[in-house]
Ligand binder design. Sequence first.
Ligand SMILES: [Zn+2]
Length: 627
Amino acid sequence: MIGPVRPSTGALSPLGVDQARLTGGFWAERQERNGTATIPHAHEWIERTGWLDNFRLAAAGELAPHRRRGREFSDSEIYKLAEAMAWEIGRGGDAPLDDLSMVVAAAQEPGGYLNTMFGRPGQRPRYSDLVWGHELYCYGHLIQAGVARLRTGFEDALTATAIRAADHVCAEFGAAGRQFLCGHPEIEMALVELYRATGTTRYLDQARLFIDRRGQATLPDIELGRAYFQDDIPIRERAAFAGHAVRALYLACGAVDLAVETGDDKLLAAVVRQWERTVAARTYLTGGMGSRHEGEAFGDDFELPTDRAYVETCAGVASVMLSWRLLLATGEPRFADLAERTLYNVVAASTSLDGRAFFYTNTLHQRVAGTPMDPSKPWPRASSSERAPWRDVSCCPTNVARMLASLGGYVATADSDGVQVHQYASAKVRAGETGLSIETGYPWRGDVTVRVTATSDRPWRLSLRVPGWAGEATLVTPQGTERVRSGYAGATRTWRIGDQVRLELPVGPRWTAPDQRIDAVRDCVAVERGPLVYCAESVDQDPAVPLDAVAADRSAPVVERPLPALGPDAVALDVPAAQLAVSANGWPYGSPGGSEPEASTLTLVPYHLWANRGPATMRVWLPQSRG
Ligand SMILES: [Zn+2]
């Protein structure tokens, strides 16, 4: 079996979802809950909303426009759920994918066309609205579901449907076909992955056509500008990711896939350059991307408002997908660093502790506590003060589900020298003749123990990532103990079964300051602990300490304590604080200075756990006390 993304070349080779299994701790718990709660929950909602019935009606020839339910892209949620189920089955779980696949397959039309929104009597004609209709976007998700099924060892109705759809796209949009593209990138990476899974080169050629067509002002100029769908500048010439964040990141994923398969080093370098600039100036502390509610878009450099942060969950998932591709292509740890930050502070934050409610936007500052969410009703908006059970636009839950189900595939890689561990979780890893057993209480504790469970009799290198946030760590190998710096550390030797390596990462709390060009948080501080960003949530505070008038005092130590309400291993932090003087005369401006701070304590909790205890206000960044 093979996991998500299988480049035919690159610095590192991925392992399959059955080669790297999560066995316990933070991510294993979430992966398990994904299989037992989130996937069934999403299945229930695509039935309840009628989105799956659209396929049944289409197959029966009864899908009149007034009977169709959901937005124009709702088909894609069925496909993303199918992909999640495929990975879940691949890792040894259980999911009713066969039933779902049969419903999807029955709705496909002769010639391979498949979309419940277009082409029937009374509906708009096929491909009459490529700008907003999402037909190719939906195919992309169908194809990715088919690839997940192929990679986990099956050829069935779903894989046949995906291949027929891809063949249809190549015939319809090939060099001699419609010279157009979809308003929402997605299909590009799906086609390259299908090429990798089948060896059929026309899928790769079609991906190249779509990537080269974008940026040529093919799509119309709209209120948000062509940057919204990345049709303003060719990706090869862009300086930073811009426009709709999910579209930009999906396109970048497709571009990396294409570059790797065609040996296009200039294209790969262009995406790396854009990633660098975006990380340097357009990314939140959480790893979240997308600063603007308007257009769900990246902002300008250093435009990173906290209370208006958009940070769509899907952009977090897409960013991890992109970082993973860049890591495989280059072997550079910075990509694994960002993936880690985003997994813990966007992907994990998006989902409630019971796995049945989801954030769409992931704000860094909630000013108003809001009202409790009704678990029986879909929420009509992207923004919400609590996680919602489902949304009219519900792209995020199924996106998280497919990532968590395949997460084992992101833990480790192999190359000709040995094995590299990138993300820390208790896991069993098998790469060729090499077997590893990893035990850790990460991210709560910093010790990671890796034991060799199988090995060849030739020397090989075991590499462990020392995260960028750590700066330094201690590495204990059979050859001795050493201080190691951020990057990859390890040992090369003729390993014996039972040999152990221990990495000790400094996960204690630390203060973090922003680049002063980020106006929204200038002079503020945040607290991180290991890979986790912390926040102040109102439910933990003295009611006399409102979160909009409190400052952190960095002169006194931060105190750790258990947080049993949010998990057996969870850690809360108590931070000395001072209350800020506030205006009292009905006008929120006046002479500078003159405040009289009152000492207090602020309790911080891991950001990914906030909003699990009822409506609350919350902030990540804190002003600093001058007292
Ligand atoms: Zn989404």
